[in-house]
Write a new protein. Sequence first.
Length: 239
Amino acid sequence: MTTTQPRIDIRRAADRFHTDIGWLDSHHSFSFSNHYDPDNVGHGLLIVNNDDTVEAGTGFGTHPHRDMEIVTWVLSGELEHRDSEGNHGVIYPGLAQRMSAGSGIRHSEMNASATVDVHFVQMWVLPDTTGIAPGYEQRDVNEAIDSGALVPIASGKGHEGAVALNQRDAVLWGARLQPGGTITIPDEPHVHVFVALGSGSLAGAGELATGDAVRLSAAGELDFVAGPDGSEVLVWATA
C-alpha cells in the first residue's frame, strides 16, 4: 500500500513563468509553450493555469487543440470564442466555459471589446478518454458564486450547476468572497488553490496575494479566509 505524504507547496505570483508580447501579458503556473521546467509540468490532472490579459481589439487567432479539457474563467472584460464546430459565445465574469478538444478542434479567442482589456484564467486538465467528439458548454454561475460559498464551476462528477468535464477525477471549485469570508478547501490527492483576485490566508500556508497559488497533496481539509479586499479563488481538486 502506497501512502502519500501530506504536502503544502506555496508558489508565489512573481515566480511564475512570464510571457509579454505586447498584446498578451501572460503568467504561467506550469511549463507552457517556450517555458519549460521538467519539475513543473502540472499538479495532478491540471497541466495549465494561465493568467492572461489580452489588449483591446486583439486576441488569439484560430489555432488547434486535441485531447484536452479547457476551462476559461473571465475576471474582467469579455472574451469572444468561435470554433470549427460552429460554437460561438462571449464569456464574461461568472460565465463558466468548457471546451473539450477531443479528436481535434480549431478555435479563436478574441477580446470582445475595442477599448477594454480582458483578464482571464485558462486552465487545462487531461481527459479520462481520448479521441472523443469535440464539445462546448457555457453556464452562468454568478448567482451561486456570489453566495460566498465554494461552488462547483466545472465537474467530471456530475455536480449540478457546473459545466461538465470529460474527466471523472477532476472538479474546479470557485469562490467569490467578501472580506473575512471563509471557505473550506476540499481534501483530494491533488488540490491547486489559486488566488485569482484579492488576498487571503490558507491554513498551513499563511498569507496569499493575487496570483499566488498553493499546491496541496493529501493535505486534508483546510480553511481559506479572504483578506481585507476580499478574494476570488479557483480550486482544482483532482486525482
